[in-house]
Design a protein around this ligand. Sequence first.
Ligand code: PXP
Length: 246
Amino acid sequence: MGKKLLLGVNIDHIATLRQARLEKFPSIIRAAEVCEKAGADQITVHLREDRRHIQDKDVFELKKNLSGKLNLEMACYDEIVGIARKLRPRQATLVPEKRKEVTTEGGLDVLKNFSAVARTVGKLQEKKIAVSLFIDPELEQIEMALRTGAEFIELHTGAFANAASELAAGKEIRKLIDASAFANALGLGVNAGHGIDYNNMKSILKIPHLHELNIGFSIIAEAVFIGLDKAVEKMIKLMKQYKGGY
Ligand code: PXP
């Protein structure tokens, strides 16, 4: 039996819906509670610089009301780093951010931005926040991630999820498998996320050494039809097949 694969549910899009009408509902606190009750191990939210969905007030209310772990996705902006240091979530996942993107597009380029990333990692760790770096499955990125002092990486699964053919998807899964094995050998914890859904989970489960998956859009989209609790339970049921990869 492999180690339990943990699920972080990204509830940004509950806030997207709320912000579409600038209403007080749907409540992200209620959403987080439903996810936790359905078995989610972690709630993930991205406090973007443009505040397009999650707001400052949300992250502080979540921290107060969650029974499990809060994972704050964030870019290396001073303002956001300041908020994270005040908030002290259990984990922060550093992501790149572009104003015009619909969602996070690529992984963090730790090679190019080493000093800014390492500085942010240090500032968060000072407050006892575990840090994960969202990176593409590339060996040089993993080596540099280790050098920042981060405890975890989150492998960007978007290239796999968006692959145009089965052959291309197979190549991307191979990259993810190799990247995870490499990171694990260096002593890094390995998470994964982006574009994971009910159909492609089978391939994701081939990746070894996974600690947690962060999944948002597919769960929230399925919730429209079957309810948030059932959508979370349905994902967890698939994840229970995890035997440690390969
Ligand atoms: N992990 C990270 C770092 C992300 O930026 C996102 C998207 O916000 C996710 C996971 C979740 O991706 P998706 O919504 O495609 O499941």
